[in-house]
Ligand binder design. Structure first.
Ligand SMILES: Cc1cc2nc3c(=O)[nH]c(=O)nc-3n(C[C@H](O)[C@H](O)[C@H](O)COP(=O)(O)OP(=O)(O)OC[C@H]3O[C@@H](n4cnc5c(N)ncnc54)[C@H](O)[C@@H]3O)c2cc1C
Ligand code: FES
Length: 281
């Protein structure tokens, strides 16, 4: 079904921490279609400032609602922070390719950096509802304790949560990828084999996470944060370099060792980490 514009009523727009907001939107049609890992392109202004819609991942999917978690970053998100319940807003979506939970997974590791936690909360919610995977761990990193405090607002989660901060103000002192690697090194190889890894965060984090997964031969799905103009596959402004791997679902025929540029908004934002070819590789 082609993406279309949905009009939604704001149920709440709650400030849950310094610069962080949770916004619940009533929109039954979009909620029915939505999958964890997908995003919406939200119109943030009635004027031309800003002109372009802004992308936001779904952090929650209900029967009649979708939810986003956003952090004030600039003009658009500052305007969004002033929105009130009952206000009508519009968005295009749900868009993009979401996460796929491997049928054989017995455990799931979720690794999030900063606001990258948003799509992974919807994934956690979906895993909890399906009740098929007994063991879910979230590794959540930020610069400071304030960055990781947002997860408190989403409890109770049945997942075990480990936090890391770059300044050491909460949890592990250092990068979330180092915290995850420490954890992995204490797991049995047989358990790692039945584990699915899902990540979202800044590009540097995604790259390291992909390398860790590759080294341990774990399936890893990464949701990429890329700059987007149209969000619907038209402008080609969001492309990333990829290579075809077996079972990736990519239909384009390609020679071994050849590359393709693929649109994060249309073929992503979720990619198998083995598909991604990073700068300098
Ligand atoms: C698929 C996708 C999902 C996203 N999901 C979320 C989410 O769930 N919650 C959330 O808070 N943010 C999310 N973002 C980022 C969000 O779209 C930007 O923060 C937002 O567009 C900034 O708009 P602005 O007008 O407030 O800031 P601007 O004035 O446009 O920019 C302010 C700063 O934010 C940076 N920025 C702008 N767009 C992006 C972007 N796409 N990625 C990274 N940095 C950006 C700019 O470089 C600049 O430094 C997502 C981005 C993508 C591509
Ligand atoms: S943002 Fe335009 S093609 Fe992806």
């Amino acid at each position: 079904m082609p993406p279309r514009i949905h009009y939604a009523k704001i149920k709440y727009n709650r400030n849950i921490g310094p610069g962080f907001f949770r916004m619940l939107l009533a929109c039954p049609d979009a909620a029915r279609e939505a999958r964890p890992g997908q995003f919406i392109m939200l119109q943030v202004s009635d004027s031309t400032d800003p002109l372009l819609r802004r992308p936001f991942s779904l952090c929650g999917i209900g029967n009649d609602t979708i939810e986003i978690l956003f952090r004030i970053a600039g003009r658009g998100t500052s305007l969004m922070a002033s929105w009130r319940p009952e206000q009508i807003v519009n968005f295009i979506g749900p868009l993009g390719r979401g996460f796929e939970i491997p049928e054989t997974a017995q455990a799931v590791y979720i690794i999030a950096g900063g606001i990258g936690i948003a799509p992974l909360l919807a994934l956690t919610q979906s895993i909890e509802q399906n009740k098929t995977i007994p063991d879910t761990c979230i590794f959540f990193g930020g610069k400071t304790a304030e960055d990781v405090a947002v997860i408190e607002d989403f409890k109770p989660l049945s997942a075990t949560v480990f936090t890391a901060t770059e300044n050491g103000s909460q949890g592990f002192h250092g990068l979330v990828t180092d915290l995850f690697l420490n954890h992995l090194q204490h797991q049995r190889a047989a358990d790692i084999d039945r584990t699915g890894v899902f990540g979202c965060g800044p590009q540097s984090m995604a790259r390291v996470l992909g390398a860790i997964a590759g080294k341990h031969s774990i399936t890893c799905q990464l949701s990429l944060e890329s700059m987007m103009a149209c969000g619907v596959g038209s402008c080609l402004g969001c492309v990333v370099k990829t290579q075809t791997i077996q079972g990736s679902g990519c239909q384009q025929p390609s020679e071994p060792g050849s590359f393709q540029y693929r649109r994060v908004c249309a073929e992503g934002p979720v990619f198998d980490s083995r598909e991604l070819v990073w700068e300098g590789e």
